[in-house]
Ligand binder design. Structure first.
Ligand SMILES: Cc1ncc(COP(=O)(O)O)c(C=O)c1O
Length: 439
């Protein structure tokens, strides 16, 4: 539509030109996105996001006023409010055979998904993994996305079991169980305060187990230290074993991303999975899986059964566009400051109450011992006092990723998006509650 021609003569020429300047400021970032499909430096405004999503979703067949709809699935929704819940992409994404196959009735949804995938890959490349080549946003959490990756390994390589350096979190384990593959837990060791993968046991398992894949983890709660993914990737290469890295919330950390990049350069890494909500401030429900190989991504996309909700994909796209790289870097810098502040505050509390901060490398979380105290009670008191997120683990119980960890402890996170006030309020309440508990 040539707006200039239509409105020619209706208003003075100089006014028209001025209006066009404003319009072009709105449209230029949208045009750039459609051409380049990269994460913008500056975040989109609400108006730009709405414009983009209305434009794209208007291509779907359910918006065609002249369509005669006789399919069993026609993108019909009960009310306009319901349509807003999917940002207008009522037809979803993908087809029965492939998560990224274009869907004839969902021209806009298919385009949106392609753009979202390319923006996500660009974001991951810009934030450290410049050695990945392809990726997709899955409409699933981290655990279920790991299941998709492992299912593709079974299909491609005949994998029957998964070697998994122990992490006390049920989601990845359930992902493995979902695939029907056997879980082979690799034990951990206590080294100083840290719990680390037993690499001797790992190497033995790798050379003795047939038809296996490996699931390694970057980010987890202290005392568990990140897995040595570069060594693991090298071993996977020499043993010809596929490796998936659970990088659940590692994108926000430069140091974790550089470890993942080195692992990809040094050895075999088939796929890296990261949560869209934990890294990019989208609502829960999506993950970004990336790989140095396009065929791996295609094979992962083929494991999805049926069509998928567009909501997690469009939410991730909108979050990436709303943030922009500049703002994301600012948030990363704030995260680093808040993590240091959290450690300082916990150290100060530790000195006052005779406990100590666990010496474990972790760019996001920090743990303080609570020996001799009912740490589970402390955790629930904090929750009741509106502190969300601390993890309370009693000595020797599930959570430490090792049998018989000698300390009880409390973990707090300074994850991306955290404010100094969160850390200040949480640690002030911690000091108050721990003092009350010790009375
Ligand atoms: C290392 C790790 N993997 C997986 C998960 C679970 O993620 P999701 O709920 O997205 O499956 C978490 C945290 O919740 C985690 O810390």
């Amino acid at each position: 539509m040539d707006i200039d021609k239509i409105i020619e003569g209706l208003i003075p020429e100089n006014m028209l030109k001025r209006g066009q300047v404003t319009l072009s400021a709105l449209l230029q970032p949208v045009k750039d996105l459609l051409h380049q499909r990269r994460m913008p430096m500056e975040g989109f405004s609400e108006r730009q996001l709405e414009f983009l999503l209305i434009l794209l979703s208007s291509l779907d067949s359910d918006k065609d006023p002249g369509a005669a709809r006789v399919g069993e699935r026609e993108g019909r929704v009960a009310s306009p409010f319901i349509e807003r819940l999917s940002a207008g992409f009522n037809h979803g994404v993908g087809r029965s055979g492939h998560l990224t196959s274009p869907q004839p009735k969902a021209v806009g949804g298919s385009l949106m998904q392609q753009i979202a995938n390319q923006v996500a890959v660009d974001a991951i490349r810009q934030l450290g993994l410049n050695n990945i080549h392809d990726g997709i946003i899955t409409p699933l959490s981290t655990g279920m996305t790991l299941a998709m990756v492992l299912a593709s390994f079974r299909q491609e390589y005949g994998v029957k079991r998964v070697l998994y350096p122990r992490i006390d979190h049920l989601s990845p384990q359930r992902g493995i169980a979902f695939t029907g593959l056997d879980l082979v837990t690799v034990p951990t060791l206590v080294e100083g305060d840290a719990v680390v993968a037993d690499m001797g046991a790992f190497e033995t398992a790798l050379s003795s187990q047939e038809d296996c894949a490996v699931l390694a983890t970057t980010t987890f709660f202290p005392p568990r230290a990140p897995d040595p993914i570069k060594d693991i990737a090298r071993l996977c290469q020499s043993n010809d074993v596929p490796l998936v890295i659970n990088n659940a919330y590692g994108v926000q950390s430069q140091s974790i991303m550089s470890q993942v990049r080195s692992a990809i350069d040094a050895g075999r890494v088939d796929a890296v999975v990261q949560s869209t909500d934990k890294n990019f401030l989208a609502p829960v429900g999506g993950s970004i899986v990336v790989s140095p190989r396009t065929e791996t991504i295609s094979s992962i996309a083929e494991t999805y059964a049926g069509r998928a909700s567009a909501a997690p994909v469009v939410q991730a796209l909108a979050a990436l566009l709303a943030l922009g790289l500049n703002r994301y870097h600012e948030l990363m810098a704030d995260q680093v400051k808040c993590r240091a502040f959290l450690e300082d505050e916990l150290r100060a509390i530790g000195e006052k109450i005779g406990q100590s901060v666990l010496d474990v490398p972790n760019p996001i979380a920090c743990a303080i011992t609570m020996d001799g105290l009912d740490v589970v009670e402390l955790g629930s008191r904090l929750f009741n006092h509106r502190v969300t997120g601390p993890r309370a683990v009693a000595a020797g119980t599930f959570g430490s990723s090792v049998d018989a960890y000698p300390h009880s402890y409390l973990v707090m996170n300074a994850a991306i998006g955290v404010l100094e006030k969160d850390v200040q309020d949480a640690t002030t309440k911690l000091y108050k509650e721990v003092t009350n508990l010790s009375r």
